[in-house]
Design a protein around this ligand. Structure first.
Ligand code: GLN
Length: 576
């Protein structure tokens, strides 16, 4: 029978509960334990698919097309497993199921209540992950103890322990031990209060992970152990780490996995952490500088691009590169100011997104990258804007656009497919989850993947318009990956460019710390090449009046007049 670990959080949100849960999952997996993970979210949305990225961060897409919380991305990356939509349940989805059952008459006329009906549904969601091929289910409860919405979840996990037996359940509580400047002290009171709150719901934690800026003293741990009625070994400290990938090592040194295995009577194999230690070693010793820009709309909330950032990190780890990320607000580079913002970069990513805002800036960035041989990776919307840019600037298709942004476009190079057009409910029209693409032999994408057939996750409505495929067949632009029926374009690239590659998919959802997604890895390789060239350029003595930024890959005279003008304006557009 599977064992269960429940992770709750106290004091404040944003403590890294999801990362703590993921790191614990990774440690158990490294002992040979078969782990799966899930997140219970107390909000009322049925799933995060409709939530604003500015508010909720990235929507993480699972292989089966679930639109889920971004913590599932951490789970997959740390535990190196593919999850499904079942790994994310919200209050909204739980109530929907219960209300639908009530309408069907399943409750035989009884009064339907939070306890037991909602709590039973929560327990059902937890239990359904405990399949025969799983040893441990880690369930993170979103929100913070003390929130009104969290109560049914706490009640459900309390009952769950009673249902399956104490030795099969481990309660882990994540809290904050703040440092109060004026008194120069770390304070345990918030932890005590939050454990008291948890206990008032009938849950005594089996371990506490105390987040802190600086390490806790043994004395302070003893104090917490005493006040919260826990063995001192069960008080684990996770002080701020410079990389999230260090957290498993910190938790292991603090004895968390040992405490969990002891309590759950898990007889595991030896811990195999060598690969992970090696990864952390590479992160710590990274010294090849590289500057990558993310040209997006939601750049004021970097969590909106969490998986893109992690994929770039994984690629940087691969090459021992020290990644410097530049957040570029797409709107700020509208009006051909791309050069002033992009000239000093080694590569750019144009990520996914919805809606018109910033589109012209992204198109300008794609154009700048194309003309200046700046490595550029387009993801989903990124592929669409690169297609539009090429249509307008190279193929001379004036007014080319996506019908998402200009329904009356003279050249709708990106459009809804016939099947999507017939559906009126927008939620029903998305292409979601895994789709297969066949890659063209000899293409850069084929070389990057080292495979002819690949599977990537999708989340979009619009597609490369098949009516324009012939127009793009100009000897340079290549549709290097297509759906097996050859109707949908999945990857594009340029023969004449070192790296101007895009995909309709979201490969960022499948990148792992020790195995970066192939297109990100190759973007990083190209960007590092450019960075190293930049260093060599700087070492050369530049004749007076020469601009080193622009002479890397194209002579300054090759700049179109508008771009040359922009180059003299100076850096603008830094996102506030
Ligand atoms: N808005 C575009 C579409 O719906 C792209 C979506 C995305 O980038 N995820 O097709």
């Amino acid at each position: 029978m599977a064992k269960h670990i429940f992770v709750t959080g106290g004091v404040v949100s944003g403590l890294g509960k999801g990362l703590t849960a993921s790191a614990l999952g990774m440690l158990l997996r490294s002992r040979g334990v078969r782990v799966t993970m899930q997140k219970l979210d107390p909000y009322l949305n049925v799933d995060p698919g409709t939530m604003n990225p500015f508010e909720h961060g990235e929507v993480y897409v699972t292989g089966d097309g679930g639109e889920t919380d971004l913590d599932l991305g951490h789970y997959e990356r740390f535990v190196d497993t593919d999850l499904t939509r079942d790994s994310n349940a919200t209050t909204g989805s739980i109530y929907s199921a219960v209300i639908a059952a009530e309408r069907r008459g399943d409750y035989l006329g009884r009064t339907v209540q939070v306890i037991p009906h909602i709590t039973d549904e929560i327990k059902r969601r937890i239990a359904r992950l405990a399949t025969d091929d799983v040893d441990v289910v880690i369930t993170e409860v979103g929100g913070t103890v003390g929130d009104i919405e969290i109560l049914p979840f706490l009640e459900a996990i309390r009952q769950f322990r009673l249902d399956v037996g104490r030795e099969n359940v481990f309660f882990l509580h994540v809290t904050l031990v703040p440092f109060i400047g004026p008194s120069g002290e770390q304070k345990t009171k918030p932890t005590q209060h939050s454990v008291t709150e948890l206990r008032s719901r009938g849950i005594q934690p089996d371990a506490i992970v105390c987040r802190s800026e600086q390490p806790l003293s043994t004395e302070l741990k003893r104090k917490i152990s005493n006040l919260c009625d826990l063995d001192v070994e069960a008080v684990v400290n996770a002080a701020d780490a410079s990389s999230i990938y260090m957290i498993p090592l910190v938790l292991h040194e603090e004895g968390l996995d040992e405490a969990v295995c002891r309590h759950l009577r898990l007889h595991t194999g030896p811990l195999a952490l060598n690969d992970w230690r090696e990864l952390v070693g590479r992160i710590e010793s990274a010294d090849r500088p590289v500057r990558i820009g993310i040209v997006g709309k939601y750049v004021s909330l970097p969590d909106a691009y969490l998986s893109v950032v992690e994929s770039l990190n994984h690629s940087a780890f691969h090459f021992g590169a020290k990644l410097q990320l530049e957040w570029i607000q797409a709107e700020h580079i509208e009006g051909m100011l791309a050069a002033s913002r992009l000239a000093d970069l080694d590569g750019i990513v144009i990520p996914g997104g919805f809606g018109q805002r910033g589109i012209e800036g992204k198109i300008a960035a794609a154009g700048y990258a194309r003309e200046h041989k700046l490595p550029c990776l387009g993801l989903c919307l990124g592929m669409q804007v690169m297609t539009i840019e090429y249509a307008r600037s190279v193929l001379g298709l004036e007014g080319a656009n996506s019908t998402e942004f200009d329904p009356a476009s003279a050249h709708p190079v990106i459009d809804l497919m016939e099947t999507q057009r017939r559906v009126t409910d927008l939620g029903g029209t998305m292409r979601l989850g895994n789709y297969i693409a066949e890659l063209r032999e000899g293409s850069q994408v084929h070389a990057a993947y080292g495979a002819s057939v690949v599977k990537e996750r999708h989340r979009h409505r619009y597609e490369f318009n098949p009516r324009y495929r012939g127009r793009f067949d100009d000897g340079d632009f290549v549709c290097s990956g297509v759906s097996p029926d050859n109707r949908l374009v999945e990857f594009i690239e340029l023969r004449s460019h070192p790296f101007w590659i895009a995909t309709q998919a979201h490969p960022e959802f499948r990148s792992r710390p020790n195995e970066p997604a192939p297109l990100f890895r190759e973007l990083m390789r190209a960007a590092l090449g450019r960075a190293e060239q930049r260093t060599l350029d700087l070492l050369e003595v530049a004749p007076a009046g020469t601009d080193n930024r622009s002479n890397r890959n194209a002579p300054p005279s090759a700049d179109p007049p508008m771009v040359r003008e922009a180059l003299t304006i100076g850096a603008v557009g830094a996102d506030s």
